[in-house]
Ligand binder design. Sequence first.
Ligand code: GRF
Length: 205
Amino acid sequence: MNISVFASGRGSNFQAILKTIASGLFQAKIVLLISNNSDAGAFEIARTHCIPTHHISQKIFPSEDAFAKKMLEVLSGHHTEFIVLAGYLKKIPSQVIRQYRNRIVNIHPALLPSFGGFGMYGHYVHEAVIASGVKVSGATVHLVTEEYDRGPIIMQKTVDIAFDDTPESLAAKVLKVEHEIFPLALKAFAEGRVNIEGNKAWITL
Ligand code: GRF
């Protein structure tokens, strides 16, 4: 499975995925890193692993159509079969979603369908979770559809929230489980064990 990773930030999930592929957990190759942010730490990780990179910023493209076409051209130029959003903060153009239907996954730092949607990213998520008083949070791997954070859920793992947890301490707990479940979800895709029916997905053993 040829994977292109999209990341806007430090890239710790990208790093975790690279590590598990290198350990032989599943057969896949990261063929490309795409980022909208030229300062993304993910670029450094890609360089260390000799992975080609592409900086695609919407600012350079006059229309969403031109932007989507460029993205599709770069993706197919690297023989992309699967797309992993690992902390990518921009909306994926619908043309790209259509072309890679059921082959784009994202990781969200909460238990969807709660605490998701437009504007729910990074510390905003953990602040909202703590403020709500819920007792568990976690990470969700889901398929990407045209609607933010609403695609079929592939895998989730919970963490307990302690009385004295802060958004920062919760973020650290959740990040740890993100690094566990993201590679496992990708392994299931690489091995053809993910079944999707409507908004429901399940993994066969
Ligand atoms: C993670 O918390 C992920 O859930 C969210 O963005 C963050 C990316 O972190 N989508 P990193 O760049 O992988 O360290």
